[in-house]
Design a protein around this ligand. Structure first.
Ligand code: TXA
Ligand code: MG
Length: 360
């Protein structure tokens, strides 16, 4: 299959530039498109065969459910049987935006879309291209991140092309995304909302809107083989770079915007020198404040200023992909404060590291 690329200017596009993409989606094909979080790989969420094609293109296990994307409130009602009060308040506060809600599904949503679950994940993206494309398609759009299963989520159309060329009908290129980590997922089917995946709608924000919020244990660490995480996607090794990734954390530096973590910098420096002397190609993930402190022979990548969680989130997946193409075999990463957006950053980094953390 030849993958067509359509370039769209987010700030000033006409509907007709999206008509072909909308037509492909309506007729059961696959189109990758930008959202504010990461690029999505879209298909008609109500069409079993179209949803099945997504699993094929991504190489994704078919028990891993998809998020149905909508463009307006009235599109939600046919998809669900009930909306809890907490669900309603969260929608009012954060839709359109980087928040996915788990709700009880109606019979209209096929089990192929929900991986056999009786709930459905729904999100209304705020990105203007995504929103308009869904509206023009006239159907809810199932869209996982547009990466091959196990690779870091794509934050540019170029990343999508690397993984999906020849496998999907079209890529809509709307430029780099704004947020860079996937949406926050909250299960609002029970009495207390449960956060299943941290994202740009932070725990602090959720609590300020609905009070009590619980956290799924799969966010904090690896789940035992016999435990079924609530978001099935959390059990797969995600965001994995090809190289071994080791996260270096300074004991007691988990919270707040601290000083530059010198102990961690020193430890990474020493380990890097040792590994370089053994002939290994080493990558380092750091910040603008610390990038000058490492051996020049390593591949050093800053995610941005240490106080800008937004920059760090936006650059994270791109840097992991860059290390794949540089063919480093070992990556050391600094750690980041876990408050606000930092919870999502550290969740993705810890998973990319396969929970390999060195405390110093
Ligand atoms: O930001 C995002 O959410 C992006 C963009 C494209 O919208 N999409 C995304 O989709 O990250 P995906 O498929 O990569 O991740 C969806 C996550 C998976 O962990 C999946 O298991 C979980 O949502 N999920 C989907 N439906 C669910 C359900 N009914 N119950 C629990 N978890 C669900
Ligand atoms: Mg994904």
């Amino acid at each position: 299959m030849k993958t067509k690329i359509v370039i769209i200017d987010k700030a000033s596009f006409q509907d007709e530039e999206l008509w072909e993409a909308a037509k492909i989606l309506r007729s059961g094909g696959l189109v990758a498109f930008p959202t504010e979080t990461v690029y999505g790989l879209g298909a008609n969420a109500l069409d079993e065969e179209a949803a099945a094609k997504i699993y094929g293109a991504k190489g994704r296990p078919s028990d891993n459910p998809l998020i149905a994307h909508i463009s307006a409130m009235e599109e939600l009602l046919p998809l669900v049987t009930e909306i809890s009060q907490a669900g309603r308040r969260l929608m009012e506060a954060y839709w359109p935006g980087p928040l996915t809600l788990i709700l009880p599904k109606s019979s209209m949503v096929p089990f192929k879309t929900t991986g056999g679950l009786s709930t459905v994940a729904v999100r209304m993206p705020g990105d203007p291209v995504a929103n308009r494309l869904i509206k023009l398609a006239g159907v809810p759009i199932a869209a996982p991140s547009a990466n091959a299963s196990g690779r870091p989520s794509p934050t540019t159309a170029e990343h999508v092309y690397q993984d999906m060329d020849g496998k999907i009908e079209m890529i809509v290129d709307g430029g780099p995304v704004g947020i860079g980590v996937e949406s926050t997922i909250v299960d609002v089917t029970g009495p207390v909302p449960i956060m299943l995946r941290p994202g740009a709608v932070t725990l602090e924000m959720l609590k300020s809107t609905v009070g009590q919020v619980e956290m799924d244990p799969a966010i904090a660490g690896p789940v035992a083989a016999d435990v079924k995480p609530k978001a099935p996607g959390m059990k797969y090794r995600h965001y994995a770079p090809k190289a071994e990734l080791v996260l270096v954390e300074e004991e007691g530096s988990g919270q707040g915007q601290g000083e530059v973590s010198l102990k961690a910098v020193e430890a990474i420096r020493a380990m890097t020198l040792d590994q370089l002397s053994r002939g290994r190609k080493v990558g380092i993930i750091c910040t603008d404040e610390t990038k000058g402190r490492y051996p020049k022979e390593a591949e050093i990548r800053s995610l941005g200023p240490k106080d800008s969680q937004e920059a760090i989130a936006r650059n994270l997946f791109g840097v992991l992909r860059e290390f794949d193409s540089l063919e480093v075999t070992l990556i050391y990463s600094e750690s980041f404060p876990k408050d606000h957006l930092g919870q999502a950053i550290m969740n993705r980094l810890t998973k990319a590291a396969g929970y390999h953390i060195i405390k110093v």
